[in-house]
Design a protein around this ligand. Structure first.
Ligand code: DG2
Length: 259
């Protein structure tokens, strides 16, 4: 019998998801469709009778806005929302802002897939000459992280994401779940993948086959030691979910014009 229910959520569609650009640490807001996705997610969770005691988000607006929309639709605006950079999207380094389909044309689909889905390949790092460097590293939100600003990543593999996320999971989130709180984690495609890899014991190679669509809640039923007692459930219309996963995978296919 499960002792705990944990909900993971990749935020609703952001402006750059639509434009097929690596968004990562650039702070894009939800698109109109992204707001609708988050609201739809809230309606579904409400219909299913779900309740939350705590929500954890990254410090990127698209994950925070998604949490707000979900809580509002569920009538749970009072639920505490705790934010940490450790739940941020993977730092895509020099790839930030680039179009995936154009990258696939220039570097090949296999290379783009390795950058996007492999466990331990790190993209080239961002440096001062990058058009979004200043916007990211001068942003006040990174002044009060639990590590000095100069130690923040300049590019991350999925393994690096797990390494920075795990202490937060172990010391902050897991104890709340063990105390009996039902937690919603509103984060990103790759921060959720990293946590899934850890919780489900997914191998380094199999994690490449895991792709998460935007705005679809994932239910994990866990035992007392926070080990899953059954496979993850992506909640909602299964045909639509499969189509949404394919759409995310296809973002890395070579297409002139980038869309
Ligand atoms: O950084 C980004 O652009 C996407 C992930 O991109 P892929 O790994 O799917 O290429 O992250 P999210 O939309 O979840 O914040």
């Amino acid at each position: 019998m499960p002792e705990h229910r944990l909900f993971l959520l990749r935020h609703g569609e952001g402006a750059w998801n639509k434009e097929n650009r690596f968004c990562s640490w650039v702070d894009q807001k939800l698109s109109e469709d992204g707001v609708k996705e988050a609201q739809e997610c809230g309606r579904l969770l409400k219909e299913m009778g779900c309740q939350f005691d705590m929500v954890f988000t990254s410090i990127l607006s698209r994950s925070v806005q998604t949490a707000w929309q979900v809580l509002e639709v569920m009538g749970l605006e009072w639920v505490p929302v705790v934010k940490s950079w450790r739940l941020n999207e993977r730092h895509y380094g020099a790839l930030i802002g680039l179009n995936r389909a154009e990258m696939a044309l220039n570097h090949g689909e296999e290379r783009v897939k390795l950058w996007r889905r492999s466990y331990d390949v790190t993209p080239p790092p961002i440096d001062e000459s990058h058009p979004f460097f200043t916007e990211i590293y001068n942003d006040r939100r990174y002044n009060s992280c639990d590590i000095p600003k100069e130690n923040l990543p300049r590019a991350e593999s999925l393994k690096d994401v797990l390494d920075r996320l795990l202490p937060y999971w172990d010391n902050i989130i897991a104890p709340e779940i063990k105390r009996g709180k039902t937690v919603l984690l509103s984060a990103h495609g790759n921060s959720c993948r990293a946590l899934l890899k850890h919780l489900e014991g997914i191998s380094d190679s199999d994690i490449a086959g895991v792709t998460l669509p935007t705005g679809v809640p994932i239910l994990l039923e866990l035992d007392g030691d926070l080990r899953p007692v059954k496979p993850r459930q992506l909640l909602g219309d299964q045909a639509k979910i499969q189509a949404a996963i394919k759409k995310v995978e296809d973002q890395g296919k070579a297409k002139p014009g980038g869309k």
